[in-house]
Design a protein around this ligand. Sequence first.
Ligand code: GLC
Length: 416
Amino acid sequence: MPMQPWFTDAKLGIFIHWGIYAVDGVQESWSFYDDIVPHDQYMSQLERFTGAEYDPKAWADLFARAGARYAVLTSRHHDGVALWDTRYGDLNLGRDYIGPYAEALREKGLKVGLYYSHSDWNHPDYASTRKPGRPPELEDNRYSEVAAEDEDLDAWERFLAYRDGQIRELASRYRPDLMWFDGEWDRSEEQWRIPELAALIRSEVPDVVFNARMLSEGDYATPEQGAPVVPPEGPWELCLTLNDSWGHQHHDHNHKSVDQLIRYFTETIGGGGNLLLSVGPREDGTIPREHVERLEGLGDWIARHAEAVYGTERGLPAGHHYGPSTLSKDRRTLYLILFDAPRAEINVRGLLGSVRRVTVLASGTELAHRITGGLHETPGVLWIEPPTGADLDPHATVLAVEFDGELELYRGAGRF
Ligand code: GLC
């Protein structure tokens, strides 16, 4: 299926890891799986989770201010605790947190994403089988697999029926624009019955988008935490934490700065991807100040440079400009991102078309430009007068390079 244009045009999404793990501020699901927190203690957070200040309208307002066009909420993480009043399984918070979230996002014009973990380390029927060809060097974990001689395929069928029940509820009740799957590594495509799962969701929401952890049915690549050096070719999305944790962990103050976030963001969109930036609300539903400030800082920068962001396409490959760039849909305007205050003229190599005008995007100030060198089919170097003073953005300055026609790139090695 061709990618939904809303997704590639959106550029920024907000990832929300919210669950019982926020009560004690322990790692989501992994903390009991890895025996860092005793299982009883982890599960005792269920009684202490309040959601007392849950205000999805405030979330949606903040996400819109950040410049996001969609959000993805953990409807059910690997710990199996559902954020809606599901009829399936017996682990949920007794309240529907998803309906009001979906409604609040839609009121703000944001697309609705739901995260759902294929794996469920708390379901009684989950650890009933094992992945075929599981490498022998991997230790088995009691929450995810059983020894080959203990496999119980009836139990696995019951697990899939529970999973399908929950998925049908999510798809029909909230009609998500995006389903963001996770935890796929525990089983094979065949065990998950991926095509059937996709068909079930599409029977309710035909235009739904899937991330790559939906295996053969995935629509886009899902790199996690590390910015790809060579951007993937098709659509993709980098998911990234604001500090070092997905969920709320009280002790984690290692937040990325607004400057760093703008770098991650522009490098991602310059390579044709979206940034899915994660926030971890507290157990009561409030988003920590440190997260709010950073989202607003990124949003302010995006608002000043919206033209270079939304609806653009991946910019120049590495080697033409010392920084990221994006390209307008009509391919007639190239947006160059400058992270530092230039000391001298800015140079761009390999542009074949003629340049009509160069401006500072935020202020409209026109900058002089000239071309040196070039021979036969090899283009010269474009030199742009450096912006100064108020034309320099405190975080990253954007120059708009307008061509007479469409961008044409020279990728050769010169004449020899
Ligand atoms: C990993 C982790 C999970 C987190 C996810 C986000 O798959 O298992 O805790 O939710 O990454 O991408």
